[in-house]
Design a protein around this ligand. Structure first.
Ligand code: G4P
Length: 284
């Protein structure tokens, strides 16, 4: 798993690192987007190291897909670390005002100083985060129109762009990609389960089976309810749970065997779109 993922992302890493470094001086604050379902795995330690002491609002995006209680725990944890922390659903815009309020709170001294000098200018924020975490969606939500181009192909470098978001905010969409380097194979798995890493480059069936095992452990009621599993079916090895789900959905090929490819695609789609429920894979 881990090897595959690292190989698949040839990396504009150096270029992206340079771009972040070069532009850090011209922003007041950083909006660091994480996926609320996997705050740990979607946080790139390299980005963190580059940001240094720059004030940061950690945005737990896709909160609509995550377990609200666990999201609160993560927010407390980031607040303890001195970051602003906000839970956001960029798709609907729920939480968007809190992002701005949190930025203003962190920058209150600077805003006061500016005011004393008779200066009022928008807060300049750099938006960073791994691919597919929702950067374009957030920027579009702030800007109120389709300003940033959603780009899903990993490895594609976009042009740096400033986007005005009303009178109070300007957002810098950083080009390039920065995948986390990871030692723990669970990180790669979590990125794959949530769809951060596209299926074309990984073994969906393997991931779907692992997902069955994880969901049976952390959200058994939701898994049982969605696929009408019996306790005995749930209390089995991940592959057997996977097969039980395939049978329930009638995803069979000749001879009563499971169509593993379709079953995996169905399971991953239903998990990623929240149909199984709001589930967070990582606890603080
Ligand atoms: P990026 O710029 O960081 O690469 O991410 P982008 O905004 O392109 O978002 C990646 C996917 O995540 C998109 O889905 C987007 O709609 C979805 N998304 C972003 N924010 C949220 C959120 O807060 N909640 C939920 N549920 N989804 C979110 P897609 O399937 O690739 O495209 P689309 O068909 O939804 O437009």
């Amino acid at each position: 798993m881990q090897g595959n993922i690292i190989q698949w992302f040839p990396g504009h890493m150096a270029q992206t690192r340079r771009a972040i470094k070069e532009n850090l001086g011209s922003v007041d604050i950083v909006f660091e987007l994480l996926d609320a379902r996997i705050p740990h795995s979607s946080r790139n330690p390299e980005i963190r190291a580059l940001l240094g002491e720059k004030k940061t609002v950690v945005i737990l995006n896709k909160e609509d897909l995550a377990d609200p209680k666990t999201t609160s725990l993560w927010m407390e944890r980031f607040a303890r670390e001195g970051c602003g922390a906000v839970a956001l659903d960029s798709k609907s815009g729920k939480g968007i005002q809190e992002v701005l309020s949190e930025a203003k709170k962190l920058l209150k001294d600077k805003i006061r100083r500016d005011r004393e000098r008779g200066m009022t200018r928008p807060i300049r924020a750099m938006v960073v985060g791994i691919p597919n975490v929702g950067k374009s969606t957030l920027i579009n939500r702030f800007a109120g129109s389709k300003k940033a181009q959603a780009e899903n192909r990993p490895g594609v470098t976009k042009q740096k762009q400033w986007v005005k978001a009303g009178t109070e905010l300007e957002l810098l969409d950083m080009p390039g990609v920065l995948w986390p380097k990871f030692e723990d194979p669970a990180t790669g798995e979590h990125l794959a389960m949530t769809g951060a890493i596209k299926d074309s480059i990984l073994l969906s069936e393997e991931i779907a089976c692992s997902l069955c095992g994880r969901l049976a452990a952390i959200a058994p009621e939701k898994l049982m309810a969605r696929y009408k599993l019996t306790p005995t079916e749930l209390d089995a090895e991940p592959y057997d749970i996977f097969c039980a789900i395939g049978r329930k959905r009638g995803l069979l090929i000749g001879g009563g065997e499971i169509n593993e490819e379709r079953c995996a695609a169905m399971l991953l789609e239903e998990f990623r779109s929240g149909k199984i429920g709001r589930i967070t894979l990582e606890e603080p």
